[in-house]
Design a protein. Structure first.
Length: 72
């Protein structure tokens, strides 16, 4: 399943790259893209585990940039 989320307060392209790298390491994530220009997160993961995975994704994003918010 592939979903797209808006990101609020993503400050730089370097942070976006770090977030993308961290998200791709999460178990169950098939693919992920963080776009600094569009302020969007696109994630592909197994549908049955999506909620659990998204909790981990939000945590990973906050580690890189504490002010960044994912609009779920």
């Amino acid at each position: 399943m592939k979903k797209r989320y808006d990101l609020i307060d993503l400050d730089c392209a370097n942070c976006a790259a770090k977030m993308e790298e961290a998200i791709k390491k999460i178990e169950g994530v098939e693919d992920a893209t963080v776009s600094f220009m569009a302020q969007k997160l696109t994630i592909e993961a197994a549908e049955e585990d999506f909620d659990k995975i998204m909790k981990k994704v939000v945590k990973a994003i906050r580690k890189v940039e504490p002010d960044c918010e994912v609009v779920l």
